[in-house]
Design a protein around this ligand. Structure first.
Ligand code: ATP
Ligand code: MG
Length: 657
């Protein structure tokens, strides 16, 4: 490759556009002039956004970037994050507004008002303090989607302790690694969790994880499935405490202390799609400013009117930034659902949307493709007319899935916001503005006002419109990570060394500009395929496959090939779970890709499978499929949602299917 050539060939074209209706545009929180306002003076712009929050002490400087890549935002400012998410809404007269409509998987429900939330968080904060937890201590939280997870996170924030939330489905080994890495003093968990209609134990896993864990002094256990009533909750006297016994008796009065804007708020591990998870550190003032701002402008959220639902798990950054911090800072009324989308039936989400009149719905492409696979007649049975904004996050959304989402869920009229961001960025970075942008299916389009992103080539030079390369963030932003926990070298190496000369943050994702200069995400740089000297993105070939009416999901990898360098190997799931992957069907799919993209992208091999390996946050793990395609021993599967999927795929292939 010559130095000037783009890092990626730009193959798939998509020309449909969907401008907002005049009606939507007219009432939108963000108008087109926001871009120019932000460009005119970025620091002034962010200072304005920080005014969304209540500060105890105002900052003296917006940004200190002199010690790059370690940023300081709102220097000298002091605030309490939990006060901003809870108390101030009660003080402004909205104590009776429902903050959380919680829906349990078995059908039990709980509505929690801001007044009640304030009491719950205050009690939990008092409880943690009574155990000797002080500012700067680390509390590990392994809980499913129960209200106590949110109470616990906010209680930590209230007293200045850092939380490290560990996904409820993680194994003892994964939990232990995270507890040790951060030297957690307290672990908060539950006796068990409901999953697909059954109660599964949780405390037993935690006990296994904590054997010999010296930093952990207390384990607080939320009673959810009541397994102790059957004598099935293992218990360590002196260490273990029931949440209801410890917390319920505490005072509901708690004075929030103001902490420095750069006081650490939490550690969270990345999902491990590309390798060993990284413990990402976020701090207070900048993080809360950007999550609140983006939640307001990207989702067009109106406090007191909208009902919002982000379907992410609290164990991922989306759950932190768009269930807990951004939305609650903005006085949201939101749905929090405990269970899986097909329990007890495949219309569960739509039933909830109908019941609570959800108006803003934010989910991941993997779930949208699953809904497509289940069939459009399922959402058609429910009244979804309350929906007015739809969002997507986690992976590039294939144009066909985007169109399906808009037509079948959004009544062919709701704006869709395809939001690109990462654990590391803390908040949304690239996304349409729903009242401004003429949306293009499959494109995240443009950096938000106040944010700057570029697509560059190997040398760090910006590629021309129509060209492809690496996505970088060329200016610091308020919710940026402040480091990798305990590993400064990994922080510098992973994000700042690739384009150190320019001082750009390297996101690790491939991207391209279209002719209008809009940004399209093309998957991980690690996943880019090289076929006869052409650098081809997995996303584009997958989107071409998904655009065929028989295909629900596709994952594409490059496997070593003696003649072309790499050959394209595709794994597909058919719609309606059809399994007829006969030779004719496969041939038709190969030809379809050639027609959509060009002969160079025609897969060498297509395999019909029933499942794909996904992380527990729903992302396809291509590195494992590459191991299969190249007949290698399969790599680390600890963050897979279901590790048996790999056995299924490998055995299907070996039997010649
Ligand atoms: P690890 O860094 O450990 O491999 P991860 O990158 O999967 O884990 P996250 O921080 O949860 O962990 O995911 C961020 C990544 O998700 C982005 O780098 C990008 O690849 C992908 N992503 C998120 N949103 C979008 C989007 N709207 N379009 C395209 N890709 C997206
Ligand atoms: Mg990542």
């Amino acid at each position: 490759m010559t130095e000037q050539s783009p890092a990626l060939d730009n193959l798939l074209t998509e020309s449909r556009t969907f401008p907002p209706s005049d009606e939507f545009a007219g009432q939108a929180n963000a108008k087109a002039d926001l871009y120019a306002t932000a460009d005119a003076d970025r620091e002034q712009f962010w200072a304005g956004q920080a005014e969304r929050l209540s500060w105890d002490t105002k900052w003296s400087q917006v940004l200190d970037w002199t010690n790059a890549p370690f940023a300081k935002w709102f220097v000298g400012g002091k605030l309490n994050v939990a006060y901003n998410c809870v108390d101030r809404h009660v003080e402004s007269g909205h104590g009776d507004q429902v903050a959380i409509h919680w829906v349990g998987e078995p059908g039990d429900t709980r509505d929690i008002t801001y007044s009640q939330l304030k009491d719950e968080v205050s009690r939990a904060a008092n409880a943690l303090s009574s155990l000797g937890v002080v500012a700067g201590d680390v509390v590990a939280i392994q809980l499913q989607m129960v209200p106590e997870a949110i109470f616990a996170m906010l209680a930590c924030a209230r007293i200045g302790a850092l939380h490290s939330v560990v996904f409820g489905g993680f194994s003892p080994t994964a939990l232990r690694a995270r507890v040790d890495d951060a030297a957690a003093k307290i672990v908060i968990t539950s006796d068990g969790q409901y999953r697909r209609g059954k109660a599964a134990p949780m405390k037993a896993n935690v006990d296994e994880a904590l054997q010999g864990a010296e930093t952990v002094q207390k384990v607080i256990v939320v009673r959810r499935t009541g397994s102790d009533l059957e004598g099935e909750t293992p218990w360590t006297e002196g260490r273990d405490l029931w949440w209801h016994e410890l917390v319920d008796g505490q005072s509901a009065e708690h004075k929030p202390e103001a902490f420095d804007s750069e006081h650490p708020l939490f550690i969270l591990y990345t999902s491990g799609t590309t390798g060993k998870p990284k413990g990402i550190l976020h701090t207070s003032g900048g993080y809360l400013t950007q999550t609140a701002y983006t939640h307001n402008v990207v989702f067009d959220h109106k406090p007191g009117e909208d009902v919002y639902w982000c379907t992410a798990d609290i164990g991922w950054i989306t759950g932190h930034s768009y269930i807990v911090y951004g939305p609650l800072a903005n006085r949201v009324t939101q749905v929090v659902y405990e269970g899986t989308p097909n329990t007890p039936h495949e219309g569960r989400h739509w039933e909830i949307v109908q019941k609570y009149k959800v108006s803003i719905y934010y989910t991941a492409p993997t779930l949208i493709r699953t809904f497509m696979k289940w069939g459009e007649d399922i959402p058609a049975k429910y009244d979804l007319s309350s929906l007015r904004v739809l969002g997507s996050v986690g992976e590039p959304i294939n144009p066909e899935a985007w169109i399906w989402y808009r037509e079948k869920i959004g009544a062919n009229q709701t704006p869709i916001v395809d939001t690109w961001w990462q654990t590391e960025t803390g908040a949304i970075m690239i996304s349409p503005l729903p009242g401004v942008t003429a949306a293009k299916p499959g494109s995240a389009q443009r950096a938000l006002p106040g944010i700057s992103a570029k697509v560059v080539d190997d040398t760090g030079a910006e590629v021309p419109h129509g060209g492809g390369g690496y996505l970088v963030l060329d200016k610091p932003w308020p919710s940026m990570l402040r480091g990798v926990w305990g590993d400064e070298e990994r922080f510098r190496d992973t994000y700042w060394s690739r384009f150190s000369e320019q001082g750009y943050y390297f996101a690790g994702d491939g991207a391209k500009y279209d002719e209008d200069g809009d940004i399209w995400l093309l998957g991980r740089v690690d996943d880019v395929m090289n076929v006869s000297g052409h650098r081809i993105s997995t996303t584009e070939v997958e989107s071409a496959l998904v655009s065929h009416p028989t295909v629900a999901e596709a994952a594409v990898v490059g496997a070593t090939d003696p003649t072309t360098g790499q050959g394209i190997v595709a794994f597909v799931i058919l719609r309606g779970n059809a399994v007829d992957g006969g030779d004719d069907a496969v041939q038709e799919l190969r030809n379809h890709v050639a027609k959509e993209i060009g002969p160079i992208a025609k897969p060498r091999q297509i395999m019909v499978v029933a499942e794909l390996p996904k992380t527990r946050s729903g992302k396809i793990m291509r590195r494992l499929l590459r191991d299969v395609a190249e007949n290698r021993q399969i790599g680390d599967v600890t963050t897979l949602a279901d590790s048996s999927v790999m056995d299924l795929i490998s055995s299907g292939l070996n039997s010649g299917k």
